[in-house]
Design a protein around this ligand. Structure first.
Ligand code: FAD
Length: 453
Protein backbone atom coordinates (compact mmCIF):
# COMPACT_ATOMS: atom_id res chain seq x y z
CA UNK A 1 0.00 0.00 0.00
CA UNK A 2 1.41 3.35 -1.10
CA UNK A 3 0.54 5.28 2.05
CA UNK A 4 2.07 2.60 4.32
CA UNK A 5 5.25 2.57 2.17
CA UNK A 6 5.40 6.36 2.50
CA UNK A 7 4.95 6.24 6.28
CA UNK A 8 7.66 3.59 6.59
CA UNK A 9 10.17 6.16 5.31
CA UNK A 10 9.30 8.69 8.09
CA UNK A 11 10.69 8.95 11.63
CA UNK A 12 8.37 6.81 13.81
CA UNK A 13 7.97 9.54 16.45
CA UNK A 14 6.14 11.85 14.08
CA UNK A 15 3.58 9.27 12.96
CA UNK A 16 0.35 8.64 14.87
CA UNK A 17 -1.69 5.64 13.72
CA UNK A 18 -3.81 4.83 16.79
CA UNK A 19 -7.28 4.63 15.15
CA UNK A 20 -9.05 6.54 17.95
CA UNK A 21 -6.60 9.42 17.77
CA UNK A 22 -6.59 9.39 13.97
CA UNK A 23 -10.41 9.56 13.98
CA UNK A 24 -10.26 12.75 16.07
CA UNK A 25 -8.35 14.44 13.22
CA UNK A 26 -10.79 13.42 10.48
CA UNK A 27 -12.99 16.53 10.41
CA UNK A 28 -13.17 20.18 11.32
CA UNK A 29 -16.22 21.86 12.94
CA UNK A 30 -18.27 22.13 9.74
CA UNK A 31 -21.62 20.52 8.97
CA UNK A 32 -22.81 19.14 5.61
CA UNK A 33 -19.26 18.61 4.30
CA UNK A 34 -17.63 15.52 2.81
CA UNK A 35 -14.73 13.77 4.44
CA UNK A 36 -13.16 10.39 4.97
CA UNK A 37 -10.99 8.56 7.48
CA UNK A 38 -7.29 9.43 7.17
CA UNK A 39 -4.72 6.64 7.25
CA UNK A 40 -2.50 8.39 9.82
CA UNK A 41 -1.66 11.73 11.38
CA UNK A 42 1.81 13.23 10.99
CA UNK A 43 2.98 15.52 13.80
CA UNK A 44 6.24 17.18 12.74
CA UNK A 45 8.20 19.48 15.07
CA UNK A 46 10.35 21.33 12.53
CA UNK A 47 10.30 22.67 9.01
CA UNK A 48 12.84 19.99 8.07
CA UNK A 49 10.41 17.29 9.27
CA UNK A 50 7.51 18.88 7.34
CA UNK A 51 9.76 18.88 4.28
CA UNK A 52 10.58 15.18 4.74
CA UNK A 53 6.84 14.41 5.05
CA UNK A 54 5.94 16.35 1.91
CA UNK A 55 8.81 14.91 -0.15
CA UNK A 56 7.70 11.39 0.86
CA UNK A 57 4.04 12.15 0.08
CA UNK A 58 5.08 13.59 -3.28
CA UNK A 59 7.11 10.49 -4.19
CA UNK A 60 4.28 8.15 -3.19
CA UNK A 61 1.45 10.39 -4.47
CA UNK A 62 -0.30 10.42 -1.08
CA UNK A 63 -2.87 13.14 -0.28
CA UNK A 64 -1.90 15.44 2.61
CA UNK A 65 -4.37 17.55 4.59
CA UNK A 66 -2.63 20.32 6.61
CA UNK A 67 -4.34 21.05 9.92
CA UNK A 68 -4.13 23.66 12.63
CA UNK A 69 -6.69 23.33 15.44
CA UNK A 70 -9.48 21.95 13.22
CA UNK A 71 -11.80 24.81 14.19
CA UNK A 72 -12.69 25.62 10.58
CA UNK A 73 -16.34 25.85 9.58
CA UNK A 74 -16.10 25.01 5.88
CA UNK A 75 -14.65 21.48 5.82
CA UNK A 76 -11.27 22.76 4.63
CA UNK A 77 -9.43 20.58 7.16
CA UNK A 78 -11.59 17.49 6.57
CA UNK A 79 -9.47 14.49 5.65
CA UNK A 80 -10.13 12.34 2.61
CA UNK A 81 -10.17 8.54 2.86
CA UNK A 82 -6.64 7.15 2.96
CA UNK A 83 -4.96 10.56 3.19
CA UNK A 84 -2.56 11.69 5.88
CA UNK A 85 -3.36 14.65 8.10
CA UNK A 86 -0.34 16.89 8.71
CA UNK A 87 -1.00 18.58 12.04
CA UNK A 88 1.13 21.61 12.85
CA UNK A 89 0.15 21.79 16.53
CA UNK A 90 3.63 20.88 17.81
CA UNK A 91 5.21 23.80 15.92
CA UNK A 92 3.98 26.33 18.46
CA UNK A 93 6.96 28.53 19.33
CA UNK A 94 6.93 32.32 19.21
CA UNK A 95 10.45 32.72 17.84
CA UNK A 96 10.87 36.46 18.01
CA UNK A 97 9.11 39.67 18.99
CA UNK A 98 11.03 42.56 17.44
CA UNK A 99 9.76 45.65 19.26
CA UNK A 100 11.92 48.10 17.29
CA UNK A 101 10.56 46.90 13.96
CA UNK A 102 7.12 45.99 15.29
CA UNK A 103 6.99 42.43 14.03
CA UNK A 104 6.84 38.88 15.34
CA UNK A 105 8.13 35.64 13.85
CA UNK A 106 6.16 32.59 14.89
CA UNK A 107 5.52 28.95 14.11
CA UNK A 108 2.11 28.09 12.63
CA UNK A 109 0.76 26.11 15.60
CA UNK A 110 0.81 29.10 17.98
CA UNK A 111 -2.69 29.74 19.35
CA UNK A 112 -3.86 33.20 18.27
CA UNK A 113 -4.74 34.34 21.82
CA UNK A 114 -1.25 33.32 23.01
CA UNK A 115 0.37 35.49 20.35
CA UNK A 116 -1.90 38.42 21.23
CA UNK A 117 -1.06 38.03 24.94
CA UNK A 118 2.72 37.81 24.40
CA UNK A 119 2.70 40.78 22.05
CA UNK A 120 0.64 42.76 24.51
CA UNK A 121 3.23 42.10 27.27
CA UNK A 122 5.70 43.83 24.94
CA UNK A 123 3.36 46.84 24.71
CA UNK A 124 2.28 45.99 21.16
CA UNK A 125 -0.89 44.79 19.45
CA UNK A 126 -1.71 41.94 17.06
CA UNK A 127 -5.28 42.83 15.99
CA UNK A 128 -6.74 39.67 14.32
CA UNK A 129 -9.40 38.33 16.73
CA UNK A 130 -11.54 35.56 15.20
CA UNK A 131 -14.28 34.25 17.50
CA UNK A 132 -12.07 31.15 17.78
CA UNK A 133 -9.12 33.25 19.04
CA UNK A 134 -8.71 31.10 22.18
CA UNK A 135 -8.24 27.84 20.27
CA UNK A 136 -7.47 28.41 16.56
CA UNK A 137 -3.87 28.61 15.34
CA UNK A 138 -2.21 31.52 13.58
CA UNK A 139 -1.25 29.08 10.78
CA UNK A 140 -4.93 28.21 10.31
CA UNK A 141 -5.86 31.91 10.49
CA UNK A 142 -3.34 32.71 7.74
CA UNK A 143 -4.45 29.72 5.63
CA UNK A 144 -8.09 30.89 5.85
CA UNK A 145 -7.33 34.63 5.99
CA UNK A 146 -9.47 34.74 9.12
CA UNK A 147 -11.41 37.82 10.12
CA UNK A 148 -13.11 38.80 13.34
CA UNK A 149 -14.62 41.79 15.09
CA UNK A 150 -11.62 44.06 14.61
CA UNK A 151 -11.79 44.02 10.80
CA UNK A 152 -13.90 47.15 10.41
CA UNK A 153 -10.91 49.19 11.56
CA UNK A 154 -7.86 46.93 11.36
CA UNK A 155 -8.55 44.49 8.50
CA UNK A 156 -8.16 40.71 8.25
CA UNK A 157 -5.31 38.36 9.16
CA UNK A 158 -3.66 38.74 5.75
CA UNK A 159 -3.26 42.48 6.33
CA UNK A 160 -0.74 41.63 9.06
CA UNK A 161 1.28 38.97 7.24
CA UNK A 162 4.64 40.28 6.05
CA UNK A 163 6.26 37.00 5.06
CA UNK A 164 6.01 33.24 5.18
CA UNK A 165 8.09 30.11 5.12
CA UNK A 166 6.19 27.42 3.24
CA UNK A 167 6.95 23.79 2.43
CA UNK A 168 5.82 23.11 -1.12
CA UNK A 169 4.06 19.94 -2.29
CA UNK A 170 7.36 18.35 -3.35
CA UNK A 171 9.14 19.17 -0.07
CA UNK A 172 11.08 22.26 -1.22
CA UNK A 173 11.12 25.16 1.24
CA UNK A 174 9.92 28.52 -0.11
CA UNK A 175 10.52 31.83 1.69
CA UNK A 176 8.26 34.73 0.73
CA UNK A 177 7.89 38.36 1.75
CA UNK A 178 10.01 40.59 3.91
CA UNK A 179 10.70 42.13 7.33
CA UNK A 180 10.63 45.68 6.02
CA UNK A 181 7.68 48.04 6.13
CA UNK A 182 7.76 48.37 2.35
CA UNK A 183 8.90 45.92 -0.33
CA UNK A 184 7.77 45.22 -3.88
CA UNK A 185 10.35 42.73 -5.15
CA UNK A 186 8.67 40.22 -7.47
CA UNK A 187 5.19 38.72 -7.37
CA UNK A 188 3.42 38.85 -4.02
CA UNK A 189 3.67 35.14 -3.21
CA UNK A 190 2.91 35.83 0.46
CA UNK A 191 -0.62 36.93 -0.29
CA UNK A 192 -1.11 34.22 -2.88
CA UNK A 193 -0.60 31.74 -0.04
CA UNK A 194 -2.72 33.66 2.48
CA UNK A 195 -6.22 32.15 2.29
CA UNK A 196 -5.08 29.17 0.18
CA UNK A 197 -6.62 26.74 2.70
CA UNK A 198 -3.76 24.24 2.69
CA UNK A 199 -4.01 23.64 -1.07
CA UNK A 200 -0.80 25.37 -2.21
CA UNK A 201 1.74 24.68 0.54
CA UNK A 202 2.27 24.03 4.23
CA UNK A 203 2.99 27.19 6.22
CA UNK A 204 5.84 26.57 8.67
CA UNK A 205 6.76 30.11 9.76
CA UNK A 206 4.91 33.42 9.73
CA UNK A 207 6.24 36.97 10.06
CA UNK A 208 3.47 39.29 11.22
CA UNK A 209 3.31 43.04 11.54
CA UNK A 210 2.41 44.48 14.95
CA UNK A 211 0.85 47.79 15.93
CA UNK A 212 1.23 50.08 18.90
CA UNK A 213 -1.22 49.05 21.62
CA UNK A 214 -4.50 50.96 21.27
CA UNK A 215 -6.24 52.68 24.16
CA UNK A 216 -8.89 50.71 26.09
CA UNK A 217 -12.03 50.79 23.97
CA UNK A 218 -15.22 52.59 24.88
CA UNK A 219 -18.49 50.86 24.07
CA UNK A 220 -21.94 51.78 22.76
CA UNK A 221 -24.97 49.54 22.42
CA UNK A 222 -28.06 50.72 20.53
CA UNK A 223 -31.35 48.92 20.05
CA UNK A 224 -33.53 49.67 17.05
CA UNK A 225 -37.27 48.97 16.75
CA UNK A 226 -36.84 48.59 12.98
CA UNK A 227 -34.24 46.75 10.93
CA UNK A 228 -34.31 49.51 8.39
CA UNK A 229 -33.29 52.10 11.01
CA UNK A 230 -30.32 49.97 12.05
CA UNK A 231 -29.35 49.58 8.38
CA UNK A 232 -29.41 53.31 7.81
CA UNK A 233 -27.32 53.86 10.94
CA UNK A 234 -24.73 51.30 9.76
CA UNK A 235 -24.56 52.92 6.32
CA UNK A 236 -24.08 56.38 7.86
CA UNK A 237 -21.44 55.22 10.35
CA UNK A 238 -19.40 53.33 7.74
CA UNK A 239 -19.49 56.16 5.25
CA UNK A 240 -18.53 58.78 7.87
CA UNK A 241 -15.00 59.65 9.03
CA UNK A 242 -15.73 58.02 12.43
CA UNK A 243 -14.36 54.49 11.99
CA UNK A 244 -15.22 52.37 15.02
CA UNK A 245 -12.94 49.52 16.10
CA UNK A 246 -15.98 47.24 16.27
CA UNK A 247 -19.43 47.43 14.68
CA UNK A 248 -21.53 44.31 15.17
CA UNK A 249 -25.20 43.56 14.56
CA UNK A 250 -27.66 41.07 16.06
CA UNK A 251 -31.05 40.53 14.44
CA UNK A 252 -34.38 40.08 16.22
CA UNK A 253 -34.18 36.26 16.31
CA UNK A 254 -30.68 36.35 17.82
CA UNK A 255 -31.63 39.06 20.33
CA UNK A 256 -34.63 37.02 21.49
CA UNK A 257 -32.47 33.88 21.84
CA UNK A 258 -29.82 35.80 23.81
CA UNK A 259 -32.40 37.41 26.06
CA UNK A 260 -34.10 34.06 26.72
CA UNK A 261 -30.75 32.54 27.67
CA UNK A 262 -29.26 35.39 29.70
CA UNK A 263 -32.33 37.25 31.01
CA UNK A 264 -30.45 40.44 30.19
CA UNK A 265 -33.65 42.39 29.77
CA UNK A 266 -32.93 43.65 26.27
CA UNK A 267 -35.48 46.28 25.16
CA UNK A 268 -38.62 44.37 24.12
CA UNK A 269 -39.49 44.90 20.45
CA UNK A 270 -35.84 45.19 19.43
CA UNK A 271 -35.54 44.43 15.71
CA UNK A 272 -31.77 44.88 15.66
CA UNK A 273 -29.03 45.59 18.16
CA UNK A 274 -25.83 47.41 17.19
CA UNK A 275 -22.70 47.00 19.33
CA UNK A 276 -20.01 49.57 18.67
CA UNK A 277 -16.56 50.25 20.09
CA UNK A 278 -13.96 52.91 19.55
CA UNK A 279 -10.34 52.70 20.70
CA UNK A 280 -9.38 56.06 19.18
CA UNK A 281 -7.72 58.76 21.30
CA UNK A 282 -10.97 60.71 21.00
CA UNK A 283 -13.21 57.67 21.52
CA UNK A 284 -15.70 59.77 23.50
CA UNK A 285 -16.17 62.13 20.58
CA UNK A 286 -16.42 59.24 18.09
CA UNK A 287 -19.08 57.47 20.16
CA UNK A 288 -21.00 60.71 20.81
CA UNK A 289 -21.19 61.19 17.07
CA UNK A 290 -22.26 57.55 16.50
CA UNK A 291 -24.80 57.93 19.32
CA UNK A 292 -26.42 60.82 17.50
CA UNK A 293 -26.40 58.91 14.17
CA UNK A 294 -28.16 55.97 15.88
CA UNK A 295 -30.72 58.26 17.54
CA UNK A 296 -31.43 60.05 14.27
CA UNK A 297 -32.23 56.67 12.71
CA UNK A 298 -34.66 55.72 15.45
CA UNK A 299 -32.59 53.91 18.10
CA UNK A 300 -34.74 53.78 21.24
CA UNK A 301 -32.15 52.80 23.80
CA UNK A 302 -28.52 53.85 23.47
CA UNK A 303 -26.04 53.04 26.26
CA UNK A 304 -22.45 54.29 26.22
CA UNK A 305 -19.76 53.18 28.63
CA UNK A 306 -16.09 53.85 29.20
CA UNK A 307 -15.97 51.38 32.08
CA UNK A 308 -14.30 48.10 31.03
CA UNK A 309 -16.41 45.92 33.33
CA UNK A 310 -19.64 47.49 32.16
CA UNK A 311 -18.49 47.26 28.54
CA UNK A 312 -17.87 43.53 28.96
CA UNK A 313 -21.47 43.17 30.17
CA UNK A 314 -22.77 45.18 27.23
CA UNK A 315 -20.80 43.00 24.82
CA UNK A 316 -22.08 39.82 26.44
CA UNK A 317 -25.01 39.81 23.99
CA UNK A 318 -22.59 39.44 21.08
CA UNK A 319 -20.54 36.76 22.82
CA UNK A 320 -23.70 34.79 23.58
CA UNK A 321 -25.14 35.01 20.03
CA UNK A 322 -24.00 31.57 18.85
CA UNK A 323 -24.35 29.76 22.20
CA UNK A 324 -27.91 31.13 22.53
CA UNK A 325 -28.87 30.05 19.00
CA UNK A 326 -27.28 26.63 19.63
CA UNK A 327 -29.84 26.06 22.40
CA UNK A 328 -32.63 26.17 19.80
CA UNK A 329 -31.48 23.03 17.94
CA UNK A 330 -28.87 21.82 15.48
CA UNK A 331 -27.30 24.73 13.67
CA UNK A 332 -25.70 25.43 10.32
CA UNK A 333 -23.63 28.60 10.34
CA UNK A 334 -23.25 30.48 7.08
CA UNK A 335 -20.72 33.18 6.26
CA UNK A 336 -21.48 35.65 3.49
CA UNK A 337 -20.48 39.26 2.93
CA UNK A 338 -22.30 42.08 1.14
CA UNK A 339 -21.47 45.73 0.52
CA UNK A 340 -21.97 47.50 3.85
CA UNK A 341 -24.92 49.50 2.56
CA UNK A 342 -26.77 46.21 1.85
CA UNK A 343 -26.39 44.56 5.28
CA UNK A 344 -29.99 45.01 6.35
CA UNK A 345 -31.29 44.16 2.84
CA UNK A 346 -29.64 40.79 3.34
CA UNK A 347 -31.10 40.40 6.84
CA UNK A 348 -34.58 41.26 5.52
CA UNK A 349 -34.19 38.68 2.72
CA UNK A 350 -33.11 36.09 5.28
CA UNK A 351 -36.26 36.77 7.31
CA UNK A 352 -38.29 35.97 4.17
CA UNK A 353 -36.20 32.86 3.43
CA UNK A 354 -36.74 31.64 7.01
CA UNK A 355 -40.49 32.24 6.80
CA UNK A 356 -40.82 30.44 3.46
CA UNK A 357 -38.74 27.48 4.67
CA UNK A 358 -40.49 27.31 8.05
CA UNK A 359 -37.10 27.54 9.78
CA UNK A 360 -35.62 29.73 12.49
CA UNK A 361 -32.59 31.64 11.18
CA UNK A 362 -30.73 33.99 13.51
CA UNK A 363 -28.35 36.53 12.01
CA UNK A 364 -25.40 38.16 13.71
CA UNK A 365 -22.10 39.41 12.44
CA UNK A 366 -19.76 42.12 11.47
CA UNK A 367 -22.04 44.89 10.16
CA UNK A 368 -19.04 47.21 9.88
CA UNK A 369 -17.53 45.16 7.08
CA UNK A 370 -20.72 43.62 5.68
CA UNK A 371 -19.88 40.08 6.84
CA UNK A 372 -22.85 38.23 8.35
CA UNK A 373 -23.32 34.80 9.91
CA UNK A 374 -26.88 33.61 9.28
CA UNK A 375 -27.37 30.62 11.58
CA UNK A 376 -29.97 28.12 10.43
CA UNK A 377 -31.64 26.05 13.15
CA UNK A 378 -32.76 22.60 12.03
CA UNK A 379 -33.17 19.01 13.21
CA UNK A 380 -30.25 16.89 12.09
CA UNK A 381 -32.17 13.67 12.74
CA UNK A 382 -34.90 14.65 10.28
CA UNK A 383 -34.04 14.30 6.57
CA UNK A 384 -36.66 16.89 5.52
CA UNK A 385 -35.33 19.39 8.01
CA UNK A 386 -31.76 18.80 6.78
CA UNK A 387 -32.87 19.33 3.19
CA UNK A 388 -34.75 22.52 4.14
CA UNK A 389 -31.66 23.83 5.98
CA UNK A 390 -29.42 23.17 3.00
CA UNK A 391 -31.83 24.81 0.62
CA UNK A 392 -32.12 27.89 2.90
CA UNK A 393 -28.31 27.98 3.07
CA UNK A 394 -28.16 28.04 -0.75
CA UNK A 395 -30.87 30.70 -0.95
CA UNK A 396 -28.90 32.94 1.45
CA UNK A 397 -25.67 32.49 -0.50
CA UNK A 398 -27.47 33.25 -3.77
CA UNK A 399 -29.05 36.37 -2.26
CA UNK A 400 -25.64 37.60 -1.04
CA UNK A 401 -24.31 37.33 -4.61
CA UNK A 402 -27.39 39.12 -5.98
CA UNK A 403 -26.71 41.99 -3.55
CA UNK A 404 -23.19 42.36 -4.97
CA UNK A 405 -21.57 40.29 -2.23
CA UNK A 406 -19.40 37.23 -1.91
CA UNK A 407 -20.04 33.60 -0.90
CA UNK A 408 -17.62 33.79 2.03
CA UNK A 409 -16.28 36.71 4.03
CA UNK A 410 -13.93 34.83 6.35
CA UNK A 411 -14.63 31.11 6.82
CA UNK A 412 -13.34 30.13 3.38
CA UNK A 413 -14.56 27.89 0.57
CA UNK A 414 -13.30 24.61 2.02
CA UNK A 415 -15.40 21.70 0.85
CA UNK A 416 -18.66 23.48 1.68
CA UNK A 417 -18.73 26.06 -1.09
CA UNK A 418 -16.65 24.66 -3.97
CA UNK A 419 -19.74 24.67 -6.20
CA UNK A 420 -20.47 28.28 -5.33
CA UNK A 421 -16.92 29.37 -6.18
CA UNK A 422 -17.54 28.66 -9.86
CA UNK A 423 -20.69 30.76 -9.70
CA UNK A 424 -18.98 33.76 -8.07
CA UNK A 425 -15.90 33.63 -10.32
CA UNK A 426 -15.99 33.52 -14.11
CA UNK A 427 -14.29 30.91 -16.30
CA UNK A 428 -11.14 32.97 -16.79
CA UNK A 429 -10.71 33.45 -13.06
CA UNK A 430 -11.27 29.74 -12.41
CA UNK A 431 -8.78 28.80 -15.16
CA UNK A 432 -6.13 31.09 -13.65
CA UNK A 433 -6.77 29.65 -10.17
CA UNK A 434 -6.42 26.09 -11.55
CA UNK A 435 -3.13 27.06 -13.25
CA UNK A 436 -1.79 28.39 -9.95
CA UNK A 437 -2.76 25.13 -8.23
CA UNK A 438 -1.15 23.05 -11.01
CA UNK A 439 2.06 25.09 -10.87
CA UNK A 440 2.48 24.68 -7.12
CA UNK A 441 0.98 21.21 -6.66
CA UNK A 442 1.22 19.42 -10.02
CA UNK A 443 0.20 16.01 -8.68
CA UNK A 444 -2.69 17.42 -6.66
CA UNK A 445 -1.68 15.91 -3.29
CA UNK A 446 -2.28 19.02 -1.16
CA UNK A 447 -5.74 19.04 0.41
CA UNK A 448 -7.52 17.60 -2.65
CA UNK A 449 -11.20 18.58 -2.90
CA UNK A 450 -10.80 21.80 -0.92
CA UNK A 451 -11.40 25.16 -2.66
CA UNK A 452 -11.16 23.79 -6.24
CA UNK A 453 -13.02 20.63 -7.17
C1 FAD B 1 -16.80 29.14 17.66
C2 FAD B 1 -16.07 29.51 16.40
C3 FAD B 1 -15.92 30.85 16.08
C4 FAD B 1 -15.24 31.20 14.91
N1 FAD B 1 -15.09 32.54 14.61
C5 FAD B 1 -14.44 32.90 13.50
C6 FAD B 1 -14.27 34.29 13.18
O1 FAD B 1 -14.71 35.18 13.90
N2 FAD B 1 -13.60 34.59 12.05
C7 FAD B 1 -13.09 33.62 11.23
O2 FAD B 1 -12.47 33.98 10.21
N3 FAD B 1 -13.25 32.32 11.50
C8 FAD B 1 -13.89 31.93 12.61
N4 FAD B 1 -14.06 30.60 12.89
C9 FAD B 1 -13.54 29.58 11.94
C10 FAD B 1 -12.11 29.08 12.25
O3 FAD B 1 -11.79 29.19 13.62
C11 FAD B 1 -11.07 29.83 11.41
O4 FAD B 1 -11.25 29.48 10.05
C12 FAD B 1 -9.61 29.56 11.81
O5 FAD B 1 -8.78 30.43 11.06
C13 FAD B 1 -9.16 28.12 11.57
O6 FAD B 1 -7.94 27.92 12.25
P1 FAD B 1 -7.47 26.45 12.67
O7 FAD B 1 -6.14 26.55 13.28
O8 FAD B 1 -8.51 25.79 13.46
O9 FAD B 1 -7.34 25.78 11.23
P2 FAD B 1 -7.99 24.43 10.69
O10 FAD B 1 -9.46 24.45 10.85
O11 FAD B 1 -7.25 23.28 11.22
O12 FAD B 1 -7.63 24.58 9.14
C14 FAD B 1 -8.25 25.56 8.34
C15 FAD B 1 -7.62 25.54 6.95
O13 FAD B 1 -6.28 25.96 7.04
C16 FAD B 1 -5.39 24.95 6.55
N5 FAD B 1 -4.21 25.02 7.40
C17 FAD B 1 -4.15 25.01 8.75
N6 FAD B 1 -2.87 25.18 9.16
C18 FAD B 1 -2.12 25.27 8.04
C19 FAD B 1 -0.74 25.45 7.79
N7 FAD B 1 0.14 25.56 8.77
N8 FAD B 1 -0.32 25.50 6.51
C20 FAD B 1 -1.19 25.40 5.49
N9 FAD B 1 -2.51 25.24 5.66
C21 FAD B 1 -2.96 25.18 6.92
C22 FAD B 1 -6.17 23.66 6.62
O14 FAD B 1 -5.73 22.74 5.64
C23 FAD B 1 -7.57 24.15 6.31
O15 FAD B 1 -7.68 24.32 4.93
C24 FAD B 1 -14.73 30.20 14.05
C25 FAD B 1 -14.87 28.85 14.39
C26 FAD B 1 -15.53 28.50 15.55
C27 FAD B 1 -15.66 27.04 15.89
Amino acid sequence: MLVQSMIDTLPADIVVDDPDIVAAYARDQSKFTDGGMPFAVLVPRTTAEVSVCMAAAHRHRVAVVPRGAGSGLSGAANATAGSVVLSLHRMNTIREIDVANRLAVIEPGVITADLRARVSEAGLFYPPDPGSVEFSTVGGNVATNAGGMCCVKYGVTGDFVLGLEVVLADGRVLRTGRRTVKGVAGYDLTHLLVGSEGTLGVITEITVELLAAPRPAQTLVASFPTLDGAGRAVAEITSSDRTPSMLEILDRTTVLAVDRMSKMGIEPGTAALLLVQSDDVDAEVVLASIDSMCSQHGAVDVVVSADQGEAALLLEARRLALPALELLGDWLLDDVAVPRSRVTDLIASIETIAEEAGLTIGVFGHAGDGNLHPTIIYDDADADSRAAAMSAFDAITRRALELGGTITGEHGVGRLKTGWLTIEHDETSMAVQRSVKDALDPSGILNPGAVLR
